[in-house]
Design a protein around this ligand. Structure first.
Ligand code: PLP
Length: 400
């Protein structure tokens, strides 16, 4: 089939807009008539600098980032998983730095203070669970407080969260959209207001408006809504970068020392070019973001995303006898729509086969939870969502 004949609903890497792929293909052969392809250019060339600068400014404008230097944007490698580690390393070092400042660099006082402190993780699905485990493995379980935990495709109500008191909290962590489980926070959790919050937006970033100033760190692997696998977007509040103790002091405090590629102050200082950055990946992100800016930014994208999600959920709800939507209402993800077929495996096979025949692909759920999953990322056009909703309606008729 041609690209036009396929609507791909896979969970990531996601499909990319065809015009971006075409521009990128030409750039691989000969970038800006330089006689060299973009993959062959130095990450320190002026053309690479231009790509990083414009990608950064598009992102800043899309998310309304303050321009007063209170936040930095960096591009990193290591994926979302790398950030499970990077966020833990940097937040621990940041808090240790603050304590050292407050206690005249007295190591034993700071050590005893740290011994009472915890990072609060909201475990609402597979990815936040992995992030919490990573903190435990890097720094020790003593620093981990699982403040809320759900294993049934829901988000526990805020009044049931067991958050550490603010003064003793290292940071609070949550995953805005659980890609595998299909649950998404409807908005910023009120209970985390005024705390140092780390958020994983890997699978819903740039799909709705949000206030970046509520966060200490925002990260997102690019490969769902922004670009290809291989680059991760990180937005970090500037004070997190300041006063991080050096490696010897961290060791004295019994804290882990971040590998240099995960040390935000180093990467920010180097403008994301401490080591070789995959510029081609950043280029694709830049092109995707430029398209979003032209189409009216996140306000417009949010409307489209909501409309597509509603179409699909409505179709599934209408086919209640055939389908069962997995996540609880109110926390259903607009990005990853998880459902099962009441007719079991045979019905699933029929559903997938019929979809495939219509060019609707990538609908199988994650192996760990089974069922079906429609990933409704930004690159899915409204027409593709309409086509899939139409197929869902038709399928219900044939199953009855
Ligand atoms: N966080 C979320 C929400 C994800 O969906 C994923 C991957 O799908 C990850 C983290 C891990 O990202 P990576 O595979 O880039 O390490």
């Amino acid at each position: 089939p041609t690209r036009e004949e396929i609507a791909y609903f896979g969970a990531g890497p996601a499909s990319l807009p065809t015009p971006v792929i075409e521009t990128a293909s030409a750039a691989i052969v000969n970038y800006q008539s330089s006689g060299l392809g973009i993959l062959e250019q130095s990450h320190r060339s002026s053309s690479s600098a231009e790509i990083i600068t414009t990608a950064t400014s598009h992102l800043a404008s899309l998310i309304n980032l303050p321009s007063d230097g209170s936040y930095s944007i960096i591009f990193m490698q290591g994926g979302g998983t790398g950030q499970f580690a990077a966020t833990a390393y940097n937040m621990l070092a940041y808090k240790a730095g603050l304590l050292l400042k407050a206690h005249n660099n007295n190591i034993s006082i700071v050590k005893s203070k740290l011994a009472e402190m915890k990072a609060d993780y909201l475990v609402t699905g597979s990815w936040s669970k992995k992030a919490a485990a990573e903190l435990g493995s890097i720094a020790g379980k003593k620093f981990l407080n699982v403040a809320a935990s759900s294993t049934d495709f829901s988000i526990p109500p805020e009044d049931a969260w067991k958050l550490t008191e603010k003064e003793k909290e290292l940071y609070a962590y949550y995953c805005d959209n659980e890609t595998i489980d299909g649950v998404e926070f409807p908005g910023f959790p009120a209970a985390l207001e005024g705390r140092d919050v780390v958020v994983d937006m890997s699978s819903n970033v740039l799909s709705r408006q949000f206030d970046p100033t509520k966060y200490a760190i925002i990260f997102a692997g690019a490969q769902k809504n922004v670009g290809p696998a291989g680059v991760t977007i990180v937005v970090v509040r500037s004070d997190v970068l300041q006063n991080q103790p050096d490696a010897d002091t961290l060791r004295e405090l019994g804290l882990p020392v971040p590998p240099i590629v995960f040390h935000y102050p180093t990467i920010v200082k180097a403008g994301s070019l401490y080591n070789t950055l995959p510029i081609f990946d950043v280029f694709i992100c830049r092109e995707v973001m430029a398209g979003l800016v032209l189409k009216g930014g996140l306000a417009a994208q949010e409307q489209v995303a909501n409309r597509k999600a509603k179409l699909l959920y409505d179709a599934l709800d209408a086919g209640e006898g055939v389908f069962e939507i997995v996540p609880k209402k109110g926390v259903r993800s607009r990005m990853n729509i998880c459902f099962r077929l009441k007719g079991g495996e045979d019905a699933e096979k029929r559903f997938l086969k019929g979809a495939e025949a219509k060019g609707l692909t990538g609908l199988k759920g994650h192996r760990s939870v089974g069922g079906m999953r429609i990933s409704n990322y930004n690159s899915i056009p409204l027409e593709a969502a309409e086509k899939l909703a139409g197929y869902i309606n038709d399928f219900v008729k044939t199953e009855k």
